[in-house]
Structures are given as C-alpha cells and as structure tokens.
Design a binder for this molecule. Structure first.
Ligand code: ATP
Ligand code: MG
Ligand code: MG
Ligand code: MG
Length: 573
C-alpha cells in the first residue's frame, strides 16, 4: 500500500465524548467515525484491523470444524415469539415493521434463526454433530452505548451454534470451542483470561467468558494464582459478607462518598452475588438540614426479571418502616455504611417510582417524599472507576481463601470479548427442534452457543496496549505491520530507488507494508504512525544509505537502531 493512495486522517485532539483511551485513540487515528450514538463507520484504517481479527477467528473456527453461513439481519417476530424472547428481551431488541405492518427484529444474536434452519434440515443422529457460525452485524439497543466500539449499538460479532445428540456430545463440542477461543486469543497476542460465568437468563449447564485483561475493564475477575479457579464476579458466589469484614466496611465508607455509582463496586467488595436476576440499585439521597445538603447512598438488591409489583423490605433496621410503592420484590436492602440509614428511617415513607422491568432499571426514578427529602435518580452500573478506589477494593478481596481450598483469591479487571455457553435443550424444546435417535425416537437437540465481539476486540486490544504517543498494536492485529518512511523521496534518487526496492522485498516476504510517500516532514510522519500504532518503522535516509544502513525502530523501542540494508527483512520477520 502507498499512503498517497490510502485514506489517512489523524487528529491532534480526541472529541469530548471519548471518555476512555481506546475510544480517544481510535478517533484520533481515524479508525472510526461516529454517525450516531453507538453507531460508527469503520474507516479504512480501522477496517483493516477488523479484517485481521475476522481472518484469525475464521481460520480457527474452520480448523475446529465449524461451518460458516450467514443469517439475515432482519428476522421475523414469529421466530422470536416461539422462544418467548420477543417479550423477554425488552428494549435492547430493536424492532421494526415492514410496509404490511408485520413485526421484525434486527438481530442482537441468532439462536432462533439457526434453530429454525436446523429443525428443518436435520432429521437423524447420523447428521450430528454440527456447528454453524457466522460473522455478522448485530444490533443491540444498549441502554448506554459508550466507549466507541467497546459498547456500540451496531457492532460485529462472530457467533457459532453447536448441535449434538446428547449432553456428552454437547460438552465435547463446547470443549472444542473453548480450546479454539484459547488459540484465537493467543494468536491475537493479547493477555486474556477465561473465567466461569453465570448462565443468566439463557439458562443451560455451563458458561465461560473470555476477558482481555485491562485495568480499565468493566468487569472484575476473581481468580486464584495457585489453582485453576477463575470466575467473573457474578459467578464467584459466597464470598463473605460485610459483617465478617471490618476492612471492607471501611473501604466502603470511602467508596460511598464520591458518588452513587460506586455502590456496585461496593457490592463486589462485599461479595454480594450480582447475577443477572439480582440487580443492585444505588440510590442517592440528598438530605437537607439547616440549609445544608448531605448526600447519602444506599443500595437495593432486587430479585426477578418480572414486572415490579411487590415490595418486601428486609434486614436493615430503620428501613423496614419504609413503604416502597414500587412493584419490586426487594430482596435485601443494604446501606453503604451500617447505620447510615437511620436519618431516613425517621422521616416519612420513601416513594420510589419505577416504570420498567427490573431487568432494565436504568431509568429507575425516585420521587420526592412529603418530608422534603429529595431522592434523585437511581443508578446502577459500574461507571466512573477511580483507580485508587479499585486498588482499595482489591486489597480487601485479594487474600481471601478460595473456594477450592487451594490458595487465596486475586482480583483483576477485564473486558468481556468472548462468551461460550452450554445451552442444553432450552431452544430446541421451545422451537421443537428434534432429530431421530438410534432407536428412531425423536429427541431434542443439545445446543451450545459461542460469541466473540469482533469489533470490541479493537477497543480491548488498545486498552491493553498504548502509550502517550498512541496505539501499540500486536503485530497480528496491526493495520500495517511495517511502515517505510523515506526522507526526501522527491529530492533523492537514491532514497527513492531504495524505498521502492525495499517495498517490493517486504511485499515479497509477505509483510503487510505501507510506504509513506505523502511527502510529510519527518516529525509529522512519525507522529502519525506512532498514533496509528504500526509495530515496525524503517526510515530510509541518504546519510544512512551511504553507510549501507537503514534506521529501524519498533513501536515500543525508545530509540532507533541502524540495521544493514541486507539484514532488514529478516530483522523484521
Ligand atoms: P456485555 O456483558 O458486555 O453487555 P453480553 O454478555 O451482553 O456483553 P454476549 O451476549 O455474551 O454479550 O455476546 C457475545 C460477545 O459480543 C460479548 O462477549 C462481547 O464481546 C460482544 N458484545 C456484546 N455486546 C456488545 C456491544 N454492545 N458492543 C460490542 N460488542 C459487544
Ligand atoms: Mg449485554
Ligand atoms: Mg456479559
Ligand atoms: Mg456475555
């Protein structure tokens, strides 16, 4: 590739809405362009990285005997109604109508369609096992799209679906996918960890998430350095509660001071299991006395993904007096600081107004009560992580004995980039996807499903690999592996000739090379490629050439090295 014929568009400053480093750097490097909330154009530079991710995923899927197909983006509502997910998915499922008024879903995932394919194609156990995959655009109307490609609404996912005759077969297919994922993330050149995960609403018998390790990750991972134990926070059950942890309570006081969104971290700290069916809601309460406003925080744990309609308040003294006029089943109520709920308990009932299901508590709104308390909006989710706070929380949980008795727990943060599920027969039963077994009897297919967030991987890779100059791509993912930077190509015939020769040699050696023939000044040229994150740079200058040398600098190197002309290709390879 020649830079003059490619499209390169870099920025000095990131736009204000880019909160995290990967989003900022992808915008500055001209990899993506925002069209709307959570919706991006993949610009040529970004698309090259996406294609590299896809190619590795595709090779490993094919090697694991998964078969590629492509399913529609727009899917009839009837299929989604068969499994009940038309209702269960809530507002995350994007729905559209055609000109006849018929309902359709824009796919967030494709279990229904693949099960429909298989139920009409598969008759006999002889046709099994089977694993189909596709790499496709997904749409999820996320509550808070943010962080660029990390949590988009439109994004690219690889998902695979396995079909087996029995449980053992399904578990074997699952293992094959688990191992393929391990190879894929190794080939990406990223530090990652597979953790046991909650099956959540999908149900089934087992599940693992693959996380790219990054201190900015949204998820906390609990693992034991001396054993195989590794789980995400939802799956890491039964860690001791606050009462047994004075240190935790102390950290929690700190945690509760700056803002309410930290309550979820507090829940983590206390080891409260936050599964998909138990959500926390952190409430901020502004308490006005003698003209002074004090903000307080507490946290509700809600169980169930049904409509809110009944409230039972338990455990926390002082809050028992409250009548919540929500329709929620409040499992337990925790104050962030033991006893802090006292002042609330002495006032009139809290009124909590919620108009969504518990699964979508984002817009949980608290009204003002008669006593003049002002209850501002509720919040849950792990926003605004402060490294210092996270370190506090870590100190507390790290060192706990582990569930398998083989060591103590450690905690690190990760970004969920892949997720494998043992689905069992949940979908095949509701959609009547059966096959004839060896005795000629119909039996439901055993299923598994396996997702990789193709576009999220770009964000995750950058969160793990960057410096103050820009992105540092692992070679396997880089948009170009090598950039040739000629100094004064238009002035020096020697430089021009050597550059052309080197360009041809690099291509012949199978190196993904770009030559920067834009005629920029060296400073501007280097800054662009450091920002874009190309792993290898070779500067071709007249002075060096006269001594038979080129100037090589790896993206992580602090200075350039002189490399003899003849050695440069083997040096890079
Ligand atoms: P999250 O917990 O981040 O919302 P998820 O558990 O809902 O993700 P899955 O249904 O397991 O996601 O989908 C498989 C993979 O798709 C995820 O592991 C993730 O890498 C990717 N993914 C999910 N949602 C998004 C999104 N909004 N933007 C980009 N990638 C996503
Ligand atoms: Mg999600
Ligand atoms: Mg998840
Ligand atoms: Mg997941």
């Amino acid at each position: 590739m020649r830079a003059s014929r490619f499209f390169i568009s870099t920025l000095k400053e990131a736009p204000a809405d880019a909160e995290i480093v990967s989003h900022q750097l992808m915008m500055r490097a001209g990899m993506i362009k925002r069209l709307g909330s959570g919706i991006y154009t993949y610009m040529p530079m970004g698309l090259r990285v996406i294609r590299k991710v896809e190619a590795i995923v595709r090779e490993e899927m094919n090697a694991a005997a998964a078969i590629e197909l492509l399913m529609p983006l727009v899917q009839p509502a009837e299929l989604w109604q068969e499994t009940g997910r038309w209702d269960k998915m809530g507002p995350e499922l994007m729905r559209v109508k055609d000109r006849h008024g018929r309902d359709f879903a824009i796919q967030p995932t494709s279990e229904e369609v693949i099960t429909d394919v298989v139920r009409s194609e598969i008759k006999s156990y002889r046709q099994l096992p089977l694993n189909f995959y596709h790499i496709q655009t997904k749409f999820r109307d996320e509550r808070r799209p943010r962080f660029g490609l990390m949590r988009g609404r439109e994004f690219t996912m690889k998902d695979a679906y396995s079909f087996d005759r029995d449980l053992a077969g399904m578990q074997a297919s699952y293992k094959v996918m688990y191992d393929a994922y391990t190879r894929i993330f190794n080939r990406f050149g990223l530090k990652f960890r597979a953790v046991a995960a909650d099956n959540g609403a999908i149900g089934g018998t087992g599940s693992h998430e693959f996380h790219v390790i990054a201190s900015t990750g949204e998820d906390a991972l609990v693992y034991c350095p001396t054993s195989d134990y590794a789980a995400n926070m939802e799956a890491a059950e039964a860690l001791p509660l606050a009462a047994a942890r004075p240190a935790a309570t102390e950290a929690l006081v700190k945690a509760s001071t700056p803002n309410a969104t930290k309550c979820e971290q507090v829940a983590e700290l206390l080891g409260l299991p936050l599964s998909r069916t138990v959500k926390t809601i952190a409430l901020t309460v502004d308490h006005e006395q003698d003209g002074k406003v004090t903000r307080q925080y507490f946290m509700l744990l809600l169980r169930g993904d049904h409509e809110l309609n009944e409230v039972k308040v338990g455990k926390v003294p002082g809050l028992a007096a409250h009548r919540f006029s929500t329709e929620a089943e409040i499992l337990e109520v925790y104050g962030c600081v033991p006893g802090y709920l006292g002042p609330i308990g002495t006032k009139a009932p809290v009124t909590v107004v919620a108009d969504r299901t518990v699964a979508n508590m984002a817009d949980f709104v608290c009204g003002a009560n008669d006593a003049g308390f002002h209850y501002t909006g509720a919040n849950w989710g792990r926003d605004a992580l402060e490294p210092a706070l996270v370190a506090d929380l870590r100190n507390v949980v790290e060192g706990d004995a582990s569930p398998d008795g083989k060591g103590v727990l450690a905690i690190e943060r990760g970004i969920e980039v892949g997720h494998v599920f043992q689905l069992g027969t949940a979908y095949s039963e509701s959609m009547k996807a059966t096959f004839l077994d060896e005795n000629g009897k119909p039996a439901p297919l055993q299923m598994g499903c396996y997702g990789i967030g193709i576009t999220r991987i770009l964000g995750a890779a950058i969160e793990q690999n960057f410096d103050d100059k820009g992105i540092i791509w692992p070679t396997a993912l880089a948009p170009f592996e090598l950039v040739l930077c000629p100094m004064g190509m238009d002035r020096s015939e020697l430089v021009k000739a050597e550059t052309e020769q080197l360009y041809a040699q690099a291509q012949a050696a199978g190196i993904d090379v770009i030559v920067d023939d834009r005629g920029l000044r060296p400073g501007a040229m280097f800054a662009d490629w450091e920002l874009i994150g190309v792993p290898h740079r070779v500067v071709i200058g007249e002075r060096g050439l006269k001594e038979g040398n080129l100037e090589y600098q790896g993206r992580r190197d602090t200075e350039a090295t002189a490399v003899p002309l003849a050695d440069i290709i083997p040096f890079i390879k």
